[in-house]
Design a protein around this ligand. Structure first.
Ligand code: PA5
Length: 463
């Protein structure tokens, strides 16, 4: 394993009575082992099909790489239409691995199309996208596991009509990839009929656990990233996550520490990467942690209203924004730092002899500065008895990102098992989707519309 996990600052030894006693590992050994066994026995089955994603065949990947390489040659822009799990993984991973200003680079330098991950239906955003892409050289991955999501279907309808008008029907079809559940859903049926290139999302791979299937892999392969290396990294973490010894299994360990922290009222979990490349990893984490663990009922049908509110922060930027709250506000947060040992670039702070007042900075690098600031924040939090732990990536590359993604998936699965909830459903999201169908007049949702109309709003409460 390339990632390193330091959980000192979660423990009583470092943060006193606000921390966790090492004795709980023995005291709660049974619950830990039950949660571990539950996840392990479920691997590859039901909604845990994501656990098998690192092991797809080379043949399958080779076909994908070859198709996507051809797209890379032709495309000046590559657009992902999707939302939630269908967008956040592609965005987080691509942002981690491509140039931070990829789209602004000339094509000879970026060697791949510009990337746009469009996960909203704000009309201004759609218009803005259409203002900057050229349909003749733009290629699209329309991603929706269910094939039913209103946002993604709308994006597809708008785009396909425009493409046909601009390029003619036959050529338009060649610009669209559809990633969805094979044999199921509205988009699959349309894609089959129209003859689009289709990639499948496994029946037991939920949106927020789907980044390592074509939902993410297509985008990464189009960008020329090494998807085999990424899956190798994910496989390493899958192996480590199968270790029954909690002290050698970081996903089980931190899931347990988070679970114990929730019992102490730590209801907020902050992910704070100290790297712009990992900024959107925090968005990915917010979804997988929030949507998986925020549940009203447990597996015994008991009302529990559990979950830990995920929050995102960026180091060092948010040191000058949220860290005041983390250090002195309520004792309700666990902060996870993502550290990077070796940034891909080194920038020296110019040693300008004429500006004497800045002597302490001269000759150092921004690399030293950002890492010093991370350690300083970690120290300040520890001093204020604030729970935190650090995950260090030696470098941000396909392999370490693969490890990190798999770690988040297993950590979430173990946490859900400890909490005795259904980690993989999202009834709260589904309710909103159905209400949207009703409001737009979709057949079969008439009763839902009546229910919505019944939710009266009093004018006296509107000013
Ligand atoms: O994690 C999930 O299951 C959700 O966030 C979905 O990804 C999101 O609602 C989009 O669904 P779909 O991929 O079916 O369009």
């Amino acid at each position: 394993m390339k990632l390193k996990f330091d959980y000192n600052n979660m423990m009583v030894d470092a943060i006193g009575d606000k921390g966790i006693c090492p004795c709980v590992f023995d005291k709660k050994a049974q619950s830990i082992s039950d949660a571990y066994n539950k996840v392990m026995t479920g691997r590859g089955k039901g909604w845990q099909e994501w656990a098998d994603l690192p092991y797809v065949s080379d043949e399958y990947l080779d076909e994908m790489i070859s198709y996507c390489s051809a797209v890379r040659e032709k495309a000046d822009s590559f657009v992902v239409f999707g939302i939630g799990g269908s967008a956040l993984g592609p965005l987080a991973v691509a942002s981690a691995l491509i140039h931070l200003h990829h789209n602004e680079l000339p094509k000879e330098v970026r060697k791949a199309p510009k990337l746009y991950v469009e996960d909203n239906v704000d009309p201004e955003r759609m218009k803005a996208l259409l203002d900057v892409i050229d349909l003749k050289t733009a290629y699209f991955n329309v991603v929706t596991k269910s094939g039913e999501t209103s946002e993604t279907l709308s994006q597809f309808l708008i785009l396909y009509a425009l493409l046909k008008k601009e390029l003619g029907e036959e050529e338009a079809k060649k610009h669209i990839i559809v990633t969805t559940t094979i044999g199921k859903g509205t988009l699959y049926n349309v894609a089959e009929k129209e003859g689009f290139k289709i990639y499948g999302v496994g029946a037991g791979v939920g949106g927020r656990f789907s980044v390592l299937c074509p939902v993410g892999l297509i985008t990464f392969a189009v960008l020329g990233l090494d998807i085999k290396k990424m899956l190798r990294g994910a496989a390493v973490m899958a192996d480590v996550s199968a270790n029954a010894d909690i002290r050698k299994n970081p996903a089980l360990l931190t899931a347990f520490l988070q679970y114990e922290s929730m019992q102490k009222g730590y209801n907020v979990s902050v992910l704070m990467p100290y790297a712009d490349s990992l900024k959107y990893m925090a968005d990915f984490y917010c979804q997988i942690w929030g949507e998986s663990l925020g549940k009203a009922v447990d597996l015994d049908g008991k009302t529990v209203y559990v979950g830990q509110t995920p929050a995102k922060a960026l180091g060092v930027t948010d040191q000058h924004s949220q860290v005041q709250l983390y250090t002195e506000g309520p004792f309700d947060k666990v902060v996870t730092f993502l550290a990077v040992e070796n940034y891909r670039d080194t920038v020296v702070i110019t040693d300008d002899r004429d500006v004497n007042a800045c002597d302490f900075l001269k000759g150092h690098t921004l690399n030293e500065l950002i890492n010093a600031e991370r350690k300083a924040t970690e120290f300040a939090l520890r001093k204020a008895q604030r729970a935190n732990f650090t995950i260090t990536l030696p470098v941000v590359d396909e392999e370490t990102v693969g490890e990190l993604l798999m770690y988040f998936m297993y950590e979430t699965a173990f946490a859900g098992a400890l909490m005795n909830i259904d980690t993989f459903n999202q009834p709260g999201v589904e309710e909103g989707k159905k209400a949207t169908f009703a409001m737009l007049g979709r057949a079969g949702y008439e009763q839902k519309m009546e229910e919505i109309n019944g939710a009266e709003k009093k004018s006296e409460y509107i000013i």
